[in-house]
Design a protein. Structure first.
Length: 307
């Protein structure tokens, strides 16, 4: 297959600081996250009451733009290093760095930068500096492993493997995909497209654990396979690709319900979500390797003895 784009693997604690704040703020997504509501409640107790109250009303729509700035920053050895760099660069330079990639840039970049700095500095102080070091070590290790993986697989196959099912089709305008390991939004991948570039913060479910936990991958698969409608969707896709509308016709459910099912199937790694130059999924296909993967996970779980 012709790969018209390259991949770059990035790692910095600045990425994880940003994604952890994203996970805390966005209530709609949290029900899908591995950390769940218990993490939110525990984290809230770590924050000053006034800051927690401020974040309860926060919508902070600049996540992906900040990710792009981290990718371009010459200073990102630590969160503090990146924030110091961000604080010193003028709004005009921010505009120049974002202009090639972002279609619409707000005029009040200085205000947005100052607000983002205020949030991230306090978040880093009260929460992120207290994150278990092992988690960050695992993410750094994942970045190294993904770089090695990319030497043996195509760009498309590398992305598919680390995201458990995201399939980014080659497009003439897509030049590069930046892969960044993250823990706080696992098992979700945070994917966004900008002019010529896509950023993908892929999940590392086992980060922080001394040994791999097969149950984290096994449970979503078995939960999907225990649902009749999801099995029907898998059977439909075994015959070829399908759009959301086509799958809806096949299983005779409301479009929103079918979307819920395919989202669960994708997060479990049972189907591919195909992207063609935008963050909207174009169509789906069966990710057949799960059929061979399932008995391996089951045996690994049974032999782990609950350790």
């Amino acid at each position: 297959m012709d790969n018209s784009y390259s991949i770059k693997v990035e790692w910095s604690t600045a990425y994880e600081c940003i994604i952890s704040l994203y996970a805390y703020i966005y209530e709609k997504e949290r029900k899908h996250l591995q950390l769940g509501s218990a993490w939110k409640e525990e984290t809230t107790r770590m924050l000053p009451d006034s800051f927690a109250a401020e974040l309860a009303d926060e919508r902070w729509e600049v996540l992906h733009r900040l990710v792009l700035l981290v990718a371009q920053s010459p200073r990102k050895a630590s969160v503090a290093d990146f924030l110091e760099w961000l604080e010193l660069i003028p709004p005009g330079e921010i505009y120049e760095r974002l202009a090639p990639w972002v279609e619409t840039i707000p005029l009040n970049l200085g205000e947005i930068r100052d607000h983002s700095l205020s949030l991230l500095k306090r978040w880093n102080e009260h929460y992120f500096t207290k994150v278990e070091p092992r988690i960050l070590e695992c993410l750094e290790q994942s970045a190294r492993e993904t770089k090695e993986l990319a030497k043996t697989l195509s760009a498309i196959e590398t992305i598919d493997q680390v995201t458990h099912g995201i399939w980014i089709e080659p497009m003439s305008e897509l030049q590069e995909v930046v892969l960044i390991p993250q823990y706080h939004c696992a098992p979700t991948s945070v994917l966004d497209f900008h002019r010529g570039i896509a950023t993908c913060l892929y999940p590392v479910r086992d980060a922080g654990r001394l040994h791999p936990e097969p149950l984290l991958e096994l449970l979503p698969i078995t939960q999907c396979l225990a649902d009749e409608k999801r099995l029907q969707i898998l059977r439909c896709l075994s015959n070829g690709t399908g759009t959301l509308g086509e799958l809806q016709q096949q299983v005779s459910l409301a479009k929103s319900t079918v979307h819920h099912h395919v989202t669960a199937l994708r997060r479990a790694g049972l189907i591919h979500a195909h992207y063609t130059g935008s963050s909207t999924i174009a169509y789906y296909s069966l990710r057949g390797q799960f059929v061979d993967r399932l008995p391996v996970l089951l045996r690994s779980f049974l032999e782990s003895g609950g350790k």
